[in-house]
Design a protein around this ligand. Structure first.
Ligand SMILES: Cc1ncc(COP(=O)(O)O)c(C=O)c1O
Length: 391
């Protein structure tokens, strides 16, 4: 009997049932197609270096300097002093309010772990970057979704019906997957509402330098003194250095002392974030050549976005014009497809990888998928020529 039990496959825990990451899950299916000899165009993941975007050079140069200076041990778990000082200057907060994290991914995990308890209501955008869905489930929070209008702005009337009793609200701006850039006016209205209902904000600024159209906004200026908030970002998108795994969260407002203490414990538990990359980030983030770097990246993204819009415009597809980041969240207007996964699988057979819209939360009014427009224009054109017959 004992012998038989030993031969059964090992089972993961029940809590694994809520862990998923649709952006990468679809890749397993794509790899199977590739193994059969099919050439695939990956439009599923927002990874700039994969599409020829060079990470900001100063980072790699400064990593070499840091390694030569022997910054190779465990860094202080809350973050390197120089790194926290640099971030504090950008955030206009105190260095003690800043925590280094292994990509904002870890910051999001720590936020839910430390602040969203069993049954506590957290307001999430719909559609939403999938990690938020997964983390809310993992920490047993109650996810309540707010909507966007046709321009991709936060629908404040809709939000006002849902906000009461929320423990926190998440804002992602520019938004993934919508590509929308919330205006100053829109954010000011949201801040006012949050302040009336005493709801603090977790602001995900992962793409805050990737502005393709419209006026850049500084949420810190809009919210400072009006509502407590946590601002998070990383080197992944704004510096095209996804592999660096360096991010930060900065606490703004007076009421966070106990939550910051909880962050401290979580940081201690995982010991450290790469020291040499924190040292490099401390220099790179305020380097005088960065504005030229980001202007060039945005220029390339605008060109690629425009090709994407032109190609999509020839098909029965609709989406708000992306004004920031590098994604479009696309609704299929043709009646051919009733299920997003069926469409995504059909596109995969044609050699193009997208993410089904349902991975970003339940979409009740239609069939959606998300695509990045990071690749060069000729690859975007090739992708559309491959999927055109499906629509
Ligand atoms: C909205 C958003 N937040 C957070 C992340 C996490 O990024 P990282 O952990 O690389 O900083 C991503 C990555 O795609 C994202 O799109």
């Amino acid at each position: 009997m004992i012998h038989l039990r030993r031969q059964l496959p090992y089972r993961p825990t029940e809590r694994m049932n809520v862990v998923s990451y649709p952006i990468r899950d679809i890749v397993m299916e794509a790899k199977r197609e590739e193994a059969k000899g099919k050439k695939m165009i990956y439009l599923n993941i927002g990874d700039p270096p994969q599409y020829g975007f060079e990470p900001f050079r100063v980072i790699a140069d400064q990593v070499k300097v840091a390694l030569a200076e022997n910054w190779k041990g465990y860094a202080p778990s809350e973050g390197d002093e120089e790194f926290r000082n640099t971030v504090a200057k950008i955030e206009k907060c105190k260095p003690e309010d800043v925590f280094a994290v292994a990509g904002l991914t870890e910051g999001i995990d720590f936020f839910f772990h430390s602040f969203i308890g069993f049954g506590e209501k957290v307001l999430l955008p719909n559609p939403v970057y999938p990690l938020y869905l997964s983390k809310a489930k993992q920490f047993e929070g109650d996810s309540v979704f707010y909507r966007h209008d046709a321009d991709g702005q936060i629908d404040v009337a809709n939000l006002s019906k849902k906000i009461e009793g929320a423990k926190a609200m998440v804002i992602i701006n520019p938004n993934n997957p919508l590509g929308s850039l919330y205006s100053e006016k829109n954010l000011a209205e949201v801040v006012k509402l949050c302040s009336e209902y005493d709801v603090p904000i977790f602001y995900d600024g992962s793409y805050d330098r990737l502005i393709l159209e419209g006026k850049p906004v500084d949420f810190r200026k809009i919210a400072r003194g009006k509502v407590p908030f946590i601002y998070g970002s990383s080197l992944s998108k704004d510096f095209s250095y996804t592999g660096a795994r360096i991010g930060w969260v900065a606490f703004h407002g007076e009421r966070w002392a106990e939550v910051k203490n909880a962050f401290f414990l979580l940081c201690n538990q995982r010991l450290s974030v790469n020291w040499e990359y924190q040292k490099a980030a401390a220099v790179a983030m305020v380097h005088p050549s960065y504005p030229a770097y980001i202007a060039d990246m945005n220029r390339k993204l605008i060109e690629r976005r425009n090709t994407f819009i032109k190609m999509a415009g020839k098909l029965p597809l609709s989406f708000p014009v992306p004004k920031g980041a590098f994604y479009a969240f696309i609704r299929i207007e043709s009646q051919k497809w009733r299920k997003d996964l069926q469409f995504v699988r059909a596109a995969l057979k044609e050699g193009v990888v997208f993410v089904p819209g349902s991975g970003f939360g339940r979409q009740e009014d239609g069939v959606y998928f998300r695509s990045t427009f990071l690749p060069e224009p000729h690859i975007i054109e090739e992708a559309f020529s491959k999927i055109k017959r499906l629509l």
